[in-house]
Design a protein around this ligand. Structure first.
Ligand code: GSH
Length: 201
């Protein structure tokens, strides 16, 4: 397997993290933002939706979308609940990550971090994203204040998916994480898992 992966991106990190926790290998093709490698991967049709990550199977099939890749790699492992409700609850968190969380938590970090996007980081936009981000993080806090994991009673793909951008939300996104003790305990729980590898490892 090959993973087209952007080193600095949470969407790519979540796939690398699952591979590490499963003790599985993939040939990592690094396609950093704005790099010739990313342009090449796009030009040669390796990124069907024009974005990383993409998993390339040994038979050449290409799978885009980080959460679809997690689902593909996670099947039959401890990270996918057997119970149908818990499974659906895991998916609910993963859909929410893409349609609510990522567009605020990742975007506030991204517009400050990537040079070509810095013009978007106006004081008005940063302030709006800060308020919305705190509301979004509160949704996670409401669950994690009295549960160890997001879905069901055990770790699942939902935790790996949401960990990716949440664990750097303070440092990269400028969110006030001292408001969210349940999230901080959950971050520590995931960072201590056997096989864990961090964003830049
Ligand atoms: N919904 C997609 C989003 C992927 C995405 O936005 N990837 C960004 C990095 S985080 C990317 O490849 N950007 C490069 C570009 O747009 O040129 C997923 O979860 O995989």
């Amino acid at each position: 397997m090959k993973l087209y992966s952007m080193p600095s991106s949470g969407n790519s990190f979540k796939v690398r993290l699952l591979l590490a926790l499963l003790g599985r290998d993939a040939h990592i093709v690094s396609v950093e933002d704005d790099s010739p490698a990313l342009a090449d991967a796009k030009q040669t049709g390796r990124l069907p939706f024009g974005k990383a990550p993409v998993l390339e199977l040994d038979d050449g099939r290409l799978l885009p979308e980080s959460n679809a890749i997690l689902h593909f790699l996670g099947r039959g492992t401890e990270f996918v609940p057997a119970d149908p409700f818990d499974h659906a609850e895991m998916l609910a968190w993963m859909f929410w990550e893409q349609n609510a969380h990522e567009g605020v938590i990742a975007v506030r970090a991204g517009i400050q971090h990537y040079p070509r996007r810095r013009h978007l980081a106006t004081p008005e936009r940063l302030s709006e994203l800060l308020d919305r981000g705190h509301e979004i993080l509160q949704v996670m806090e409401d669950r994690l204040s009295d549960h160890d994991w997001l879905a069901g009673g055990a770790i699942s793909l939902a935790d790996i998916c949401l960990y990716a951008y949440t664990h750097t939300a303070g440092e990269r996104g400028g969110f006030d994480m001292s408001r969210f003790p349940g999230i901080n305990r959950w971050i520590a729980r995931i960072s201590a898992l056997p096989g864990y590898k961090g964003l830049l490892e």
